[in-house]
Design a protein around this ligand. Structure first.
Ligand code: SAM
Length: 213
């Protein structure tokens, strides 16, 4: 995961749908003591577990917050100012009923050029493995609230570039989505314009695809 994010130390990284905080240690190592890790999760139980981990480890640059990623600014008003350098979501956004709202909120929290690393399920119930895939989908739906939405397409429609590292249309998709590089895309207050120019992805180009798509 970390090799795909441009982290050198001192960054603020968001873990969206952080669960019990299994990525905190790695993210904290990547951003160093000057950096900050913020985990957000909707579930009070997960937030409690993640907070316990942070307290046990004595990590003073890791914060855990309760918030719904599909609500404006992920319910974190201080993150709506485009000052997050990178974000990750592992097996989390496909569990969010309003996937497009969640992706837009992550995008809004990221600074221009900020990267969003995603691992998620892309279960396509076709071909000889179709029955197995449908069964896996049912299990994941019951256990983790998976919605069956097409995460990759939603990423491509929301972000400026999407690099598929593995998967694509197979079971697991791993991708890095990036916001526009230029601060000029934003207004003087650092906010994205309300009438944003159409994404190159929506125009049918711009998304770079890796192997396996
Ligand atoms: C399958 S778990 C993955 C947890 C963690 N990312 C991991 O890889 O271990 C999905 C997580 O997404 C969280 N989640 C689901 N919908 C959410 C939402 N709308 N906002 C924030 N978190 C959400 C769930 O509470 C759960 O902790």
């Amino acid at each position: 995961m970390l090799q795909h994010l441009d982290l050198h130390g001192g960054e603020t990284v968001l873990d969206v749908g952080c669960g019990a905080g299994q990525h905190f240690a790695a993210l904290r190592t990547a951003v160093g003591m000057r950096g900050r890790v913020i985990g957000i999760d909707y579930s009070p139980g997960m937030v409690k577990q993640a907070q316990e981990l942070v307290e046990q480890q004595g990590w003073d640059n890791v914060e855990v917050r309760r918030g719904d990623a599909s609500q404006p600014a992920l319910e974190q008003p201080d993150l709506a100012q485009h000052d997050v350098d990178a974000a990750i979501a592992t097996f989390a956004i496909s569990a969010m009923p309003d996937l497009y709202a969640a992706l837009q909120n992550v995008r809004d929290a990221l600074r221009p050029g900020g990267q969003f690393f995603v691992i998620d399920l892309c279960l396509v119930p076709k071909g000889p493995a179709g029955i197995v895939v449908r069964f896996l989908g049912l299990c994941y739906r019951l256990l983790a609230g998976w919605t069956g939405q097409d995460v990759l397409t939603a990423l491509q429609e929301t972000f400026d570039t999407v690099q598929v590292i593995r998967g694509g249309r197979s079971w697991v998709v791993i991708a890095v989505a990036t916001t526009g590089r230029h601060a000029a895309d934003w207004d003087g207050g650092g906010r994205r314009p309300t009438a944003a120019p159409p994404s190159p992805n929506r125009a049918g180009g711009g998304a770079s695809r890796g192997p396996g798509t």
